[in-house]
Ligand binder design. Structure first.
Ligand code: FCB
Length: 449
């Protein structure tokens, strides 16, 4: 391992950027694509800021060739994108839409021609609406449907795609979609959310051997959103709250993946919402993976509100004053702590940072350029912390900036810009921001200086 002032990364470190189908593709009903839960959700007034939808988004469905050229110019070694399930199987299962296969097939070929390694996410939240009509993730039938979809994809692309991410952030799919109602399908039912989380994990576990059987060289993992929790004070109430949130966001997914089953404190907290686990499920979920994908943006400071005077304690941990447009604290140290924990407590064989980045208010300057020093500094400091984590043994193999392009940020629509490349949504012009040019240099040097 190399250690020097320049923060040189391991030789084979994978430098990439990430996107997701619904956030960039547009062409929501073209060439045989079926409706997804995000089409339905965004077309329902009141769900997304400004009434924005992903109908056009970055029009990547038509601009993909130029986008691959752009990635090549930026020197990216890898590109993480997701496949829209309803583009492949418009009804969720059954009839395959050849035009959908062709679209991704051409994209994969163009990436490989440009020496950019594809990292494919099978599911980044755009469930076929017909499957939601049958009950969606809370219904057990979804597990077989996901297996079928996985089989179709890994047969179609397994000869060229080596890196597979089954799910993106199952916590968000389950709890933001089925309990908070802020994401599609917009339900607000805890027991649905808990059942959804179990079926997501089980779908993942069953997908892993399918991918391996269709792709002998497969490198398979799952991506989790992991948010470190810090108690605001050493009081019992704050510490208990931090433990609880850590349980249902982080341990709820990490523990079963490594064969420890669901964490007891959270099972107890969810009470009778736990009915969907059947014999054999936990073994399937614990199928060994090649890597864990980590999406890290910020930490959370846990502060219990409804506590008696006696339990209260002076706050010791405060939010820093550097905050992004998402109202998320910039906290690079959190990624170092998290990687250390994942390595020493969970021992995943490899880890990729599959998302990390920040939304800031970007504007095109008089010179036509987009200068984004805050984003550049965010990425730089997180990379320094990742480098530090590698020095203590965390097996971090790659980094994907979120995102390649400004895009449709779910419930916030187009109001939040995360791209290292600016998108003018009127003209679909792409302008690499100063962070992208800086990142290009990092990739070239394999180092952050
Ligand atoms: C993650 C999502 C991604 C993007 C970023 C900001 O939770 O996976 O699609 O919205 O947040």
């Amino acid at each position: 391992m190399v250690s020097d002032k320049k923060n040189t990364f391991p030789n084979d470190f994978v430098w990439g950027a990430a996107t997701a189908s619904y956030q960039i593709e547009g062409a929501w009903d073209e060439d045989g694509k079926g409706e997804s839960i995000w089409d339905r959700f965004s077309h329902t007034p009141g769900n997304v800021d400004n009434g924005d939808t992903g109908d056009v988004a970055c029009d990547h469905y038509h601009c993909w060739r130029d986008d691959v050229t752009l990635m090549k110019e930026l020197g990216l070694k890898a590109y993480r994108f997701s496949i829209a399930w309803p583009r492949i199987l418009p009804n969720g299962r059954g009839e395959v839409n050849q035009a959908g296969i062709d679209f991704y097939s051409q994209l994969v070929d163009a990436l490989l021609d440009a020496n950019i390694e594809p990292y494919v996410t099978l599911y980044h939240w755009d469930l076929p609406q017909p499957l939601q009509d049958e009950g969606g993730w809370p219904a057990r039938m979804i597990v077989d449907a996901f297996s079928e979809y996985t089989d179709v994809l890994s047969r179609a692309f397994g000869d060229r795609v080596q890196n597979w991410i089954t799910l993106n952030e199952p916590w968000v799919s389950a709890f933001v979609g089925y309990r908070d109602g802020r994401h599609a399908p917009g339900h607000t039912d805890l027991s649905e959310a808990v059942a959804a989380s179990h079926h997501l994990l089980l779908s993942h576990g069953q997908a892993v051997p399918i991918i391996r059987s269709n792709c002998l060289e497969a490198n398979v993992g799952i991506t989790l959103n992991l948010t470190p929790q810090e108690p605001a004070s050493p009081s019992v109430a704050d510490r208990n709250l931090a433990t609880w949130i850590d349980g249902y966001i982080n341990r709820w997914f990490l523990d079963p993946l490594v064969g420890r089953g669901y964490p007891h404190d959270v099972v107890k907290g969810f009470g009778n919402a736990m009915g969907s686990v059947r014999p054999g499920d936990l073994e399937a979920i614990a199928t060994p993976i090649d890597f864990l994908g980590v999406n890290y943006y910020t930490r959370n400071i846990a502060r219990a509100d409804d506590i008696s005077e006696k339990d209260n304690a002076p706050r010791r941990v405060f939010r820093g004053d550097e905050i992004t447009e998402m109202d998320w604290e910039v906290y690079p140290k959190g990624i170092y702590n998290l990687l250390g924990r994942l390595h020493f407590e969970y021992a995943f064989p490899s880890i990729y940072i599959t998302e990390n980045g920040a939304a800031f208010r970007d504007e095109i300057g008089p010179d036509g350029q987009v200068d984004d020093p805050a984003r550049l500094s965010y990425i730089k400091r997180h990379l320094e912390m990742i480098h530090k984590a590698i020095q203590i043994g965390a097996p971090v193999k790659g980094y994907f900036a979120w995102s390649l392009l400004d895009n449709f940020e779910w419930g916030f629509g187009y109001t939040k810009r995360f791209g290292i490349v600016y998108v003018d949504y009127q003209t679909q012009q792409r302008i690499p921001k100063s962070s992208a040019k800086w990142y290009q240099q990092v990739i070239n040097d394999n180092a952050v200086s």
